[in-house]
Design a protein around this ligand. Structure first.
Ligand code: T4K
Length: 366
């Protein structure tokens, strides 16, 4: 058993495998700007995700900003406040207004039944989040988007390697953003990617991520969001081990469910039918009235024993001052309730059932 358990722990390839992967970079001294590792990783990720285009970026956040720029979004974007603050920040930083929609209580993704009431003549897109790797109700969302002529951009930061009836999460919507941060199921230390339904956007995104440069022409006010070769090399190594990583996470999640599924006052995320999960996070919602302890008390009890659970996601991103959405939390009551009661329990490759049992023993002996 591990002494100290944090909410997650980066998966690492064998040390020699990474050293071997970076040898070529060392020798050719080509360290960034679409080098050989970058090109190879884009190709391998396209094959893994079943897509025809994928642009690597320095991180998921900048991939999302570049997608917004590439698609030329304007005005208002309907999204949820129950996410990592990056989603909302990207919208605001690109000069758009986030309009917050509530989430479903069972899987914490955007509630499609509440979207249409939020559409105005200024709405240009819907940006749902596949939170914890739970897939949004894409059929319902895309029907609404088609009816109103809106783009759909998924924040798929948590959904790498998730498939629905064999179809990859990367093939939903007009575009998807993935995060390859060190804390994710698949990582390249820092990193991210943009995927488009329409291949024509791939080269435009590459322009946005590289100062707007197109040959000798300077056509856009782009920034710098390029992935370097050492990050791409880490991605290549980790991709070889992705099945093992997911299988190990699945073992831990299965054990958590066996121990916590039927406990009164604890609600676990619904298991989605037809979805092959990546087991990215393990959220548990504690009802203090029924369970007898609040999630803060559970978190403190775990912390006393060296176990770091985290409040992903608290507070709601709509509560950030300056967004001009002061009442938003009241307008998304489900998101507010989940945010105030949810705790993500430790989950990572190699956590093991013994550690899961130790965590559950602490929770269940409160
Ligand atoms: N959209 C969504 C829905 C997201 O969740 C995220 C990122 C994004 C967009 C943006 O994608 P990126 O631009 O990041 O690619 C972490 C991550 O930094 C962030 O990537 C992630 N979401 C968010 C949910 O979690 P913190 O502030 O909680 O990370 P930190 O440093 O407290 O680390 C958490 C635990 O992870 C540590 O206790 C130990 C472990 N860890 C951490 C690091 C940095 C490792 O094992 N290795 C490491 O290198 O934000």
């Amino acid at each position: 058993m591990d002494d100290k358990i944090l909410v997650t722990r980066s998966s690492m390839p064998p040390f020699e495998e990474y050293c071997n992967e970076i040898k070529e970079i060392w020798n050719n001294r080509w360290l960034t700007n679409s080098g050989v590792k970058h090109q190879q990783l884009e190709k391998e990720l396209c094959a893994f995700l079943g897509v025809s285009n994928l642009a690597l970026c320095v991180n998921g956040h900048h991939a999302l900003e570049c997608i917004i720029e590439t698609l030329g979004l304007t005005g208002e974007v309907i999204t949820t406040p129950f996410t990592f603050v990056s989603t909302t920040n990207a919208i605001v930083r690109k000069g758009l207004k986030p309009v917050f929609c509530d989430i479903k209580p069972d899987d914490f993704t955007i509630d499609p039944e509440k979207i249409e009431a939020l559409i105005t003549e200024k709405t240009s897109a819907i940006m749902p989040v596949h939170v914890y790797g739970n897939l949004c109700d894409d059929d319902a969302i895309e029907k609404i988007a088609a009816k109103h002529g809106l783009k759909v951009i998924y924040d798929a930061a948590h959904a790498f390697g998730v498939f629905k009836n064999g179809k990859s999460s990367a093939r939903l919507g007009d575009a998807s953003m993935f995060s390859f941060h060190a804390t994710k199921v698949f990582h390249s230390i820092e990193g991210g990617a943009a995927v488009f339904r329409d291949d024509k956007y791939y080269s435009l995104l590459n322009q946005w991520k590289n100062f707007g440069i197109n040959g000798e022409a300077l056509e856009l006010f782009g920034g710098n969001a390029k992935m370097n070769e050492f990050a791409a090399a880490m991605g290549l190594c980790n991709l070889r081990h992705i099945e093992e990583a997911i299988a190990s996470r699945k073992e831990a999640v299965t054990r958590y469910r066996e121990r916590l599924e039927n406990v009164r006052g604890i609600t676990l995320s619904a298991v989605q039918k037809d979805v092959q999960s990546n087991y990215a996070y393990f959220p548990a919602v504690f009802d203090p009235e029924v369970f007898g302890f609040s999630r803060n008390e559970v978190m403190e009890a775990l912390a006393e024993k060296g176990i770091g659970a985290r409040k992903y996601f608290y507070p709601l991103t709509s509560s950030v001052s300056g967004f001009g959405c002061d009442n938003a939390a009241k307008e998304t009551p489900v998101a507010l309730r989940v945010s105030e009661n949810v705790l993500c329990l430790p989950l990572y490759e190699g956590l093991g059932t013994e550690n899961v049992d130790r965590i559950c023993d602490i929770i269940l002996s409160l």
